[in-house]
Design a protein around this ligand. Structure first.
Ligand SMILES: [Zn+2]
Length: 385
């Protein structure tokens, strides 16, 4: 769940207005970032686990968004720590917000508020005058003022610290869902700054690179407006999200990923962690692909070994979930003739999984039993272990 701008901010007196595009000269181009990476300079990435202990985002069955966001963000960092040309900073961890951010924010709170207010006033005027025309947008919930201020603070800190890239980590939800009931949408979305905000072009490449990795395993969001606005890889331009630099309040290239809807079965206990790890691994690969300007490795989104025989069962099992992920990445899940709606990532071995296993077996010249015995396990383990 992400939060959009708060109109409370623009009720202040008019202040010195930053001319539009005045900061464009300082924008880091995609070529500059690639050159930095290729030249063995450290590319500095800020990963922002969405929400915090106080405002924890959405939740379902005891799974709190803020906690999964943090787990996922830490795992992305753990994958990227092996890359000598990348330095990852987390905006918060179990101890709370990054102390450097807090110090900066507390010292500059008033200036940030005033700057945002003046930028907002100028942009709103330009919209009223028709100088800025905003295309159709995915609707979002408004942030409470405290949250909005912190997000604008992060935008400001991002530029102050010269981060090269910013990644916001979230899980999705929607307003009219009954809190204890599974919702009707599924899939990931990647928000990137609208073309009228700063660094939209580089951000789009960044979002697409992550999407290319995520989509090999996961599905893109089927929520109506997200589906309408998303590109081939799931990237959606957004004008109003603070994290995207609403009112041109920040300039580092950025993306905000809603990895799935919070109630989807693959995110529920006991699967939360293995799913977050798969998503983190895919994201880390996508970031490296972006920085290298190409697909840099054949690494799969999961690394897993299967040791026991699997077949049709009504009991959810981690081996089956990982099998579904693996078969999806290989292009066999959902099997031909079946849909994503009837084939969720559930960990339950039903018709979808059986048919996908049979297709995999056929592709490997194995006998098509539809169950995972020693021969099929060996073939899977050769690919994923
Ligand atoms: Zn969120």
């Amino acid at each position: 769940m992400k939060t959009t701008l708060s109109f409370l901010l623009i009720s202040l007196v008019t202040l010195t207005v930053f001319p539009f595009g005045s900061s464009a000269a300082g924008l880091e181009s995609y070529d500059a970032i690639k050159a930095k990476y290729a030249g063995a300079q450290k590319v500095r990435i800020l990963v922002v686990p969405g929400h915090d202990d106080e405002f924890f985002g959405t939740s379902f069955n005891g799974v709190r968004e803020a906690d999964v966001n943090l787990e996922l963000a830490k795992t992305i960092r753990d994958y990227l720590v092996h890359d000598p040309n990348i330095e990852v900073t987390l905006a918060r961890d179990e101890q709370g917000y990054n102390p450097n951010f807090l110090a900066y924010f507390n010292e500059n709170k008033d200036l940030i508020r005033k700057t945002v207010a003046s930028q907002a006033a100028a942009i709103k005027l330009a919209m009223t005058n028709g100088e800025i025309i905003v295309d159709s947008q995915v609707p979002h919930a408004n942030a409470v003022d405290q949250v909005a201020q912190q997000l604008y603070g992060l935008n400001s800190w991002t530029d102050h610290e010269n981060f090269d890239l910013v990644l916001h980590v979230h899980f999705n939800d929607y307003g009219s869902r009954y809190s204890d009931k599974e919702g009707k949408y599924s899939g990931y979305s990647i928000y990137v700054p609208d073309q009228k905000l700063l660094n939209a072009t580089t951000s789009k490449y960044f979002g697409d690179a992550i999407g290319k990795r995520l989509m090999t395993t996961l599905y893109k969001s089927d929520q109506t407006s997200e589906k309408k606005e998303a590109d081939l890889y799931g990237a959606i331009p957004d004008f109003y999200l603070i994290a995207m630099g609403a009112y041109k309040t920040t300039q580092a290239p950025r993306a905000l990923v809603e990895y799935s809807y919070i109630y989807e079965p693959q995110l529920q206990s006991p699967f939360t962690l293995v799913t977050a790890h798969m998503m983190a691994r895919a994201t880390a690969s996508g970031i490296q692909d972006f920085l290298a300007g190409k697909k840099v490795s054949t690494a799969k989104n999961i690394e897993y070994g299967w040791d026991k025989t699997l077949g049709v069962s009504k009991v959810a099992d981690q081996d089956v979930l990982m099998l579904q992920y693996g078969l999806s990445e290989l292009g066999f899940y959902p099997a031909k003739g079946l849909t994503r709606a009837s084939c969720p990532f559930s960990g339950i071995f039903g018709t979808c999984t059986k048919k996908a296993v049979m297709a995999f077996q056929a592709s490997r010249g194995l006998s098509q039993t539809g169950g995972v015995g020693p021969g099929t396990r060996k073939a899977l383990n050769t690919i994923f272990r």
